[in-house]
Each structure stands twice: as C-alpha cells, then as structure tokens.
Design a protein. Structure first.
Length: 48
C-alpha cells in the first residue's frame, strides 16, 4: 500500500479542493510517495 506524504514532515497528506493538504504545513504542492509494509516475523528459537 502507498500513500502521499508531506515533503516537509513525515505526516500523511490528504486531497482537498485539487490540492494536497498537510495538518501542519497547509497546502503541499509536491507530496512524496510513501510505502507502508505490514510484516510479521516469527522466531521459534525459544518456544515457551
């Protein structure tokens, strides 16, 4: 999954009136693309 991120901080931006808006920096003309990867890692070396 990917989403748009603010180019000035690590927060997600949202579309609003043909612009992308950051909660802290208002309108962001060129947001960055960020990927979100969910992973589960198991280590069975110590089975309790």
């Amino acid at each position: 999954m990917w989403y748009y991120m603010c180019s000035k901080c690590p927060k997600m931006v949202y579309p609003k009136n043909n612009h992308f808006v950051c909660a802290d920096h208002d309108i962001i003309p060129y947001p960055k693309y960020m990927y979100c990867v969910n992973a589960t890692i198991n280590d069975h070396t110590s089975d309790d």
